[in-house]
Design a protein around this ligand. Sequence first.
Ligand code: G6P
Length: 361
Amino acid sequence: TDISKGTYDSYMSKEIDEQPAVLRRIAKEYYRDQQPVISPDLIAEMKQADRIYIVAAGTSYHAGLVGQELFEELANVPAEVKLASEFGHHLGKLSQRPFFIFLTQSGETADSRQVLVQTKALKYPSLTVTNVANSTLARESDYALLLHAGPEIAVASTKAYTAQIAVQAILAQALGQALNYQPKHPIDVLNQLGLAANAIQTVIDQKDKLEKLTEDYFDKHDRAFFIGRGNGYMVALEAALKLKEVSYIHAEGFAAGELKHGTIALIENQTPVVAFILEEATAAHTRGNVKEVVSRGAHTLTIAKKSLAQSDDTIVLDDLNELLMPLVAIIPGQLFAYFAAKHRGNDVDQPRNLAKSVTVE
Ligand code: G6P
């Protein structure tokens, strides 16, 4: 495996750029003759489930938020995502026939493992979706699926996030097909992965513009807010986490509709607010929230998908199926975090206080 930085100044920067190739590799690994290839035993087991519990921490949790919707939309199976560190101390009332998916880049996260230990003791079936084939969770769960993202060295996770969304989409599609479920809005996942790879490349090709935006919005401030609805909210959470982790700017992701219930009190003159406009059904409402923060002096930056874009949007993303928009919408967030950290002279790959995998609870 090639784990040199090559011409890059950091692994984080290299790993951000690898994402189009990672999605193409996942498409190659998981499809034969346009059909998803997943172990029949795994699919048979999942078909029995009345609910899928996705268990994860950190960035993987944010990928799980996207996955939860994919399982419900593409396979019609109720799904929910749980923070491992919370869930493990309170499994709560589980469904009759739960199926557990452990999403973990490293496969070593102690918080996730302690949930697996409990669900195994209860004899519930489990799958680990991981980037590391021989990791603890991959070995201890009943099934494992690989992310094929290649080694992720930077502490802040980038390519594993997009890979986790992609693999969950493929699994949801395969499960939906096995259940003979006809989605209301079917997704050609294989085709979408190709489109996503191209759309991500288009953002990466605008690095100069993104670096300039980082100077204008983040370098001069010590805080920033990210807002959105639906998938835009899920991306807002991950974009804020990236910025916090590597630049140490205090960033928060908020549900755009919740601003008025409290957090709008934080908006002052020039406060940076990034808004994601990714869904037709919620675009107008989120635009309304942008107006509200603008009228309180916020310095807003809008990231919109092309079919919903207006002439004054800051960044326009190529259209994907709405459920998969996080694959491309997170890229500006990753690049803001990288540039902001670099401009501050931080150690981009080894942020203070953080570890790549946390093997204590
Ligand atoms: C650590 C890392 C995060 C990561 C989280 C979960 O806290 O610093 O980047 O998202 O663990 O890691 P996992 O390997 O389980 O995905």
